[in-house]
Design a protein around this ligand. Structure first.
Ligand code: PAF
Length: 281
């Protein structure tokens, strides 16, 4: 059975007990609405020799702008707990907003580097400060040996790696590959927002990513090939926010693939739903 902890004090006391038994602990931070992608993070955590896995479920208000979907974000706690129990997760940390941000809370974290890459931050200017704030609190609360994050939110992962290194946070940060539907659509809690017609069209994003990576590997010119990819996605009915090739670690813009390991990143809106995806080149 998955134990539920509502307070940092309970989570810490339990973690101390596990550590006392010599067990390594992993944290998998989530906002709930769990799907197979989240469960693959649990699996990845076990592969890091962690006998104990804690999944946190907290829809963090500070990473949503006023015009975003905080209120509408899917909340499926009972179904989430069943999924966690089905894969043998030991503990779920599900704090209230007051536990995380009690009255008087006022500390902010301002991430730099990859948080200012001009990708998600251009469209969600406050987002990574909220992510950095809550992830720091979750890592401190859990005091885990390792924490697993999906590569689906690739810029988020880069921001968290940078922050953990800069602030000497001792938890090892692991990135876990994207899980996809049969037609290539990256698993996301926000896919439930897609209508049946949009869901069919959504697969185009990953197809174009794959084709573009191939064209670039074959020697295509970065700016021209990415511009062509944006056009294809727009023709498929999306409003494209960006489609870019970036350095895989720093997220700095790349003019050629010779400038380092590269990653393609895309964000585009289909109706009211904003989808993001990425792949290695
Ligand atoms: O990726 C997410 O679900 C969230 O941004 C995270 C890392 C759990 C922080 O709220």
């Amino acid at each position: 059975m998955t134990q539920i902890f509502r307070t940092v004090a309970e989570l810490r006391a339990n973690g101390a007990r596990w550590r006392g038994q010599g067990e390594r602990i992993a944290l998998v931070p989530t906002m709930g609405a769990l799907h197979a992608g989240h469960l693959s993070l649990v699996q990845a955590a076990r592969e890091q020799r962690c006998a104990r896995v804690v999944v946190s479920i907290f829809v963090n208000p500070t990473q949503f702008a006023a015009n975003e979907d905080f209120g509408a974000y899917p909340r499926t706690f009972d179904a989430d707990l069943e999924k966690l129990a089905s894969v043998g997760v030991d503990a779920c940390f599900a704090p209230t907003p007051d536990e995380m941000y009690p009255s008087g809370f006022c500390t902010k974290i301002i991430p730099g580097g990859p948080a200012l890459a001009g990708l998600e931050d251009r469209f969600r200017p406050e987002h990574f400060a909220g992510v950095a704030q809550v992830v720091t609190k979750l890592l401190n609360a859990a005091q885990a040996d390792c924490a697993c994050f999906g590569e689906k939110d690739y810029q988020q992962l880069a921001v968290i790696r940078q922050m953990a290194g800069d602030l000497d946070i001792p938890t090892e940060i692991h990135g876990v590959p994207i899980l996809r539907e049969a037609d290539g659509l990256a698993l996301s809690s926000r896919n439930v927002y897609l209508s049946a017609d949009e869901r069919k069209r959504a697969a185009l994003l990953s197809q174009v990513l794959r084709d573009t990576a191939e064209r670039l590997r074959a020697g295509g010119e970065v700016a021209a090939v990415c511009a062509e990819a944006s056009r294809r996605i727009a023709e498929g009915g999306f409003a494209v926010d960006y489609f870019e090739a970036r350095h895989a670690a720093t997220l700095a813009p790349l003019a050629t693939l010779a400038e380092g390991p590269a990653r393609l990143l895309v964000a585009a809106r289909l109706g009211k739903t904003r989808l993001i995806d990425n792949c290695a080149i």
